[in-house]
Design a binder for this molecule. Sequence first.
Ligand SMILES: Cc1cc2nc3c(=O)[nH]c(=O)nc-3n(C[C@H](O)[C@H](O)[C@H](O)COP(=O)(O)O)c2cc1C
Length: 190
Amino acid sequence: MTILLIGGSPSATSRTGCWLEDIRTRLARQGQHVETLHVRDLPAEALLHADFKHPDILAALQKVELATAIIIATPVYKAAYSGLLKTFIDLWPQFGLRDKVVLPLASGGSAAHTLVLDYALRPVLASLAPKQVLDSIYAVEEQIVWSDESGLTLAPAIEQRVQNGISDLIRALIPLQHPRLSKLQQALPA
Ligand SMILES: Cc1cc2nc3c(=O)[nH]c(=O)nc-3n(C[C@H](O)[C@H](O)[C@H](O)COP(=O)(O)O)c2cc1C
């Protein structure tokens, strides 16, 4: 069972990329199998020309297909998620999130776009038929600070939301990890 972390920032020194890396470490510490995919590492030509047959695109699509859960992180660009991320999502099959649990994250320069994940990305994710899209987490730049000395520091409010998001994700995965147990629970009287 794999949790795939998808980074949608074009920036090599991405804030959302550091955020994902921090989450990767937390999940790995809990014994989860985690993989990371930064869309900017995929061939630009293949993304722009929707070259489904490019081997790197095929490999990336397979990672999405095999993942049980996806944590998707994007910077806010022009009041929406990044165009880079969209070039990749556009290559997914129509129901490419079937049976998957998704946790969306975004960072932006301004609190004015706090709802960006809910009005822009969530409808796109919902159209791909996920099992569940968890509560989104939005942070402004000041709430995610990286330094070479102390690594990543999250503002307390974001730290709490990340902890809740990870707990919700793990909880949502239990019935997928133990389908027989979950059927038994459903059969029990409330
Ligand atoms: C081209 C561009 C457009 C942006 N547009 C917005 C925006 O509309 N609203 C906002 O809050 N921040 C905007 N920002 C700020 C980024 O969302 C913010 O710096 C984010 O933390 C960057 O994340 P990253 O380092 O992972 O790329 C924009 C930044 C760039 C480079």
